[in-house]
Design a protein around this ligand. Structure first.
Ligand code: ATP
Ligand code: MG
Length: 618
């Protein structure tokens, strides 16, 4: 049976899981870690580093190390939010050809789906290595509050990584699946998911293997990184006040402050006070280096971040209202996402729902596990199985089009179960109007432009008639992935025009294919590089041994009747090997390995026989 990977593509950490013999399990990477940092870097030599390797070198290569790419994926270049945060990241962002965002690393521009594809490629590699065979299908998770553009872009990232993305599912829903898997439960649960970059809250009814989402909401720009930023700002401010310098001017210092802020924040979940120590942080002229040393208490951290926690509770309020229930109707609360470990959050969430949150799920792994369960359910057809999993998710945003006066006509309300579709008949507004422009939006504002523009298209060739006489029927479809497609029909002629609403900041089909090919090419070269490095290691060891034996062999040959053929041949082999290593020529180096080994054996035999005969003479 086909293996389907469940991938939690997180803002800060990613995790891959799979169902084996009916049991969902997380796959650890080669280093033994069960989650991998969603960080990508390009080295001076053009090599791509992903995960822990990328994280480790971030301090010395901040301009070419991308983190939190999920915060930018599927967003528009001209969005206010992007322009605000642009200044705060050490890597360079540039405007792409579709009003999209590109990341500039060592003079090359990458789209956000390409960056996410690098992380997904790494997660696929973790699984491929574990099973020793290629795993090509996946279910990828996204924050429940992701809009169509962000979902499309994530799906594109999967394709660029060479994955067949069977489904995009919502993170809190995935967590609920993992929580309810294999259990006979009948409960109404709330999933509070505060990760590194995003916050989601979903209310679900679970019963008889059916997981039905009642309401969901969130904020795709609220997560652990904002907590880190508060601590980092506090450190920067006090350092600047004390020394009268701005440490942000030094990107390496800034990166060290950020890392220290996150570490202190996490430690404060267990301790009540931590010391932050950054020696040699900032060079203030010749012979003057400034150090940072500061105590941070849990109380201070709470004071710095309590408004962020309050924001999550306001969203909980809104979601409960939308669901039509109150906090006391919820029978279990699951805490998902690493940031939810903060004691203040536990305390406030417990108070809000009037019950202690369940400790039955692993906050970092549960989303990937749920994705693998959904993947397994998609490829397993077992009608006889009584407790078949059925997932009924909802769309997090209302969908509609712009109508006269710039108003937003909603066709599908938020929290409608997906997949779904809806139709609406529109009439022409001008005499003789022969075309209609359909602008598709997602959001809750009555003013269309205040919502997210998903895309636009023209329905042309309408019958020339007085206004109001030509009718056009517009149909919206939302797939189980939460991805939107729209079609329009001129009812007079029956003429249908259909488009998949590619988000206006999305990549074209050709671009995705090209990026996927580039990724394959890169992987081929990287595999060859890895093979070369292994061979090079062996060749260098052999060269070392031969060189060590060389003087003895020369001596033996000089004092015997042998010709010096063996020495010349050996010199020749060593020369060829050194050149192959220098040129990183895999084919030549492969050719050199056999002669190298032969030389080593010949030399060892000569030296051994000489010492043997010498030993006999004395
Ligand atoms: N013990 C802890 N106390 C407080 N915060 C923590 C702790 N452990 C991890 N975190 C924070 O949790 C966040 C990472 O959580 P997680 O891996 O769930 O997020 P993610 O999946 O990468 O992000 P998202 O789901 O938002 O895309 C980081 O900000 C990290 O600093
Ligand atoms: Mg997450």
């Amino acid at each position: 049976m086909e293996r389907v990977l469940g991938i939690d593509l997180g803002t800060t950490y990613s995790c891959v899981a799979v169902v084996e013999d009916g049991v969902p399990l997380v796959i650890a990477n080669k280093g033994g870690y069960r989650t991998t940092p969603s960080i990508v870097a390009i080295t001076a030599g053009g090599r791509r580093l992903v995960g822990h390797l990328a994280k480790r070198q971030a301090v010395t290569n901040p301009q070419n190390t991308v983190y939190s790419s999920k915060r930018f994926i599927g967003r528009k270049w001209n969005s206010e939010l992007l322009q605000d945060v642009r200044q705060s990241v050490p890597f360079e962002l540039a405007e792409g050809p579709h009003n999209d965002i590109r990341v500039k690393l060592r003079e090359k521009e990458y789209s956000l789906p390409e960056i996410s594809a690098m992380v997904l490629t790494e997660m696929k590699r973790v699984a491929d290595e574990y099973f020793g065979t290629a795993c090509d299908s996946a279910v990828i998770t996204v924050p429940a509050y992701f809009n169509d553009g962000q979902r499309q872009a994530t799906k594109d990232a999967g394709r660029i990584a060479g994955l067949d993305v069977l489904r995009i599912i919502n993170e809190p829903t995935a967590a609920a699946l993992a929580y309810g898997f294999g259990k006979q439960i009948d409960k109404r649960v709330a999933i509070y998911d505060l990760g590194g970059g995003t916050f989601d809250i979903s209310i679900l009814d679970i019963g008889n293997g059916v997981f039905e989402v009642i309401a969901t909401a969130g904020d795709t720009f609220l997560g652990g990184e904002d907590f880190d930023q508060r601590v980092a700002d506090w450190l920067i401010f006090s350092f600047a006040k004390e020394h009268n310098v701005d440490p942000r001017e030094d990107s390496m210092a800034l990166q060290r402050i950020r890392d220290a802020a996150e570490k202190a924040k996490c430690e404060l979940s267990l301790q009540s006070e931590v010391e932050i120590n950054l020696p040699f942080l900032y060079s203030a002229g010749k012979d003057k280096t400034l150090h940072l040393q500061k105590m941070l208490s849990r109380a201070k951290l709470e004071e710095l971040t309590v408004d962020l926690v309050e924001r999550t509770l306001e969203i909980c309020d809104k979601t409960l209202r939308d669901s039509g229930f109150s906090a006391s109707d919820i029978s279990d609360v699951l805490m998902v996402g690493g940031q939810s470990r903060m004691p203040l959050i536990h305390k406030k969430v417990a108070k809000y729902f009037g019950r202690n949150p369940s400790r039955n799920v692993h906050p970092d792994e549960v989303v990937a596990l749920g994705a693998s369960i959904q993947g397994y359910a998609l490829v397993t057809k077992q009608p006889e199985q009584k407790s078949e999993t059925l997932l009924l998710d909802v769309t997090p945003h209302s969908l509609g089009i712009m109508i006269v006066g710039g108003y937003f006509q909603v066709l599908l309300n938020k929290n409608t179960t997906v997949p779904t579709s809806a139709s609406h008949i529109f009439t022409t507004v001008k005499d003789g109007q022969t075309s209609v422009k359909i602008m598709v939006f997602q959001g809750e504002s009555k003013v269309a432009q205040e919502n997210e523009l998903l895309g636009e298209f023209m329905l042309t060739g309408l019958l020339e008639a007085p206004r109001g006489e030509v009718e056009v029927e517009v149909t919206f479809d939302i797939s189980a992935d939460g991805i939107v497609s729209v079609s329009a029909k001129d009812l007079e002629s029956g003429r249908r025009q259909s488009i998949v609403v590619t988000a206006s900041s999305g990549l074209t089909e050709e671009e995705i294919e090209q990026m996927s090919e580039d990724n394959k090419d890169y992987l081929l070269v990287a595999a060859q590089d890895e093979q070369f490095d292994k061979l090079c290691y062996n060749a260098t060891a052999l060269i070392g041994e031969i060189e060590k034996l060389f003087p003895s062999v020369q001596e033996i040959i000089a004092s015997s009747a042998y010709g010096d053929d063996a020495v010349r041949k050996a010199e020749n082999t060593l020369e060829r090997t050194r050149k192959a290593v220098e040129r990183r020529d895999l084919a030549s180096l492969t050719d050199c390995m056999e002669p190298l080994k032969m030389t080593q054996i010949t030399f060892q035999t000569l030296v051994a026989s000489k010492s043997g005969s010498g030993g006999g003479a004395t």
